[in-house]
Design a protein around this ligand. Structure first.
Ligand code: NAD
Length: 309
């Protein structure tokens, strides 16, 4: 029989204290995570004589994706891993891409494979994602890793939600019993984020485009993670005082001076005075995503050894 005197959830202030609006510095956290990964790569090489390798595949010549992919390669080198870039033309066929993935799956020097999305029309992204060996699926987007996450089994976890979870644990410690609301239900961010929080013992709700009266739910959240791509969606009256707010959204908007800037899904200036802790955009979740990709590559290299042993 349940104990009716036990509170249904932990009060937010148990976790966050009376402080308001403290910025969560994702950039600094990512720097220290990358330092830790670099040290782990040295130790891993000393013990097993293996250097983790990450292959990144880009199809087409979208300039933003090219910059992003080159950054990934640079960061991979910085932590002492090997980087293998495959820049393919827009005209690449699905069959040719599948052949390349087959080769990368079989290559023992490559522990992680990432195919940059979106892919050009005519290539089925799901077929490509699922062709990656689940042990090398460092984006965690294939059906095997998604299924393992939903069953609460160990596996490779999508980088952005993994980064959000690390920030939350570093800020709040144990998350058990907290009320978490995730706004956004994509396979890339919202759904895996909700599953990760559930696996940590949170009581989780998911708000999406069809949710009626979303504020009623978001106002119950001790942890509010937002990933919609709708800039400024979360206003001050959507947030419970003292909540920890993680803003995944990134939208580029024009400024009055004719330039552009990046903004999140949370109206930061309104929400910061109410929230206990909050990630800024930029400088919050963004830097964690590449750091977690490197973390996943190291995890994949460890997996490859434990399975060949
Ligand atoms: P998506 O378009 O695939 O999914 C958006 C989700 O938001 C959907 O589930 C939709 O139902 C929900 N949604 C849309 N409008 C809503 C509304 N008005 N109210 C409630 N829910 C609403 O997007 P995604 O791939 O999950 O990305 C979301 C945002 O996160 C984007 O801005 C993207 O650029 C950003 N993102 C950032 C990183 C990072 O590294 N920081 C990584 C991935 C995505």
């Amino acid at each position: 029989m349940s104990d009716l005197t036990t509170p249904a959830t932990r009060p937010a202030d148990t976790a966050s204290g009376p402080e308001r609006g403290r910025r969560i510095d994702g950039k600094a956290f990512a720097v220290s995570l990358r330092k830790q990964i670099a040290a782990d790569v040295v130790a891993f090489h000393a013990e097993y004589g293996v250097t983790p390798g990450l292959a990144v595949v880009l199809v087409g010549n979208d300039p933003a994706s090219e910059i992003y992919v080159r950054n990934k390669a640079l960061e991979t080198h910085h932590v002492g891993m090997r980087s293998f870039m495959h820049m393919l033309p827009e005209t690449t066929t699905e069959a040719a891409l599948l052949t390349l993935i087959g080769r990368l799956n079989a290559d023992p020097e490559i522990h992680g494979i990432l195919v940059q999305l979106p892919l050009p029309n005519g290539i089925d992204a799901r077929r490509i994602t699922n062709a990656i060996d689940p042990k090398k699926d460092v984006d965690g987007l294939g059906e095997v890793n998604a299924g393992r996450l939903s069953l609460g089994l160990p596996g490779l976890i999508p980088c952005t939600p993994l980064g959000c979870l690390m920030l939350l644990q570093s800020e709040l410690g144990n998350l058990r019993g907290l009320n978490a609301v995730v706004v956004g239900a994509s396979n890339l961010v919202g759904k895996p984020m909700a599953l990760l929080l559930l696996n940590e013992g949170c009581t989780v709700s998911i708000v999406h485009i069809d949710t009626i009266n979303p504020q009623a739910l978001t106002r119950t959240a001790d942890i509010l993670v937002v990933a919609t791509g709708v800039s400024g969606l979360i206003r001050h009256d959507w947030v419970k005082p003292g909540a920890t707010v993680i803003d995944v959204g990134i939208t580029r908007v024009p400024t009055a001076s004719g330039k552009t800037k990046l903004v999140g899904d949370v109206a930061f200036d309104e929400v910061a005075p109410i929230a206990g802790r909050i990630t800024p955009v930029p400088g919050g979740v963004g830097p964690m995503t590449i750091a977690c990709l490197l973390q996943n590559t190291l995890t994949a290299a460890r997996l490859s050894l434990s399975e060949s042993a």
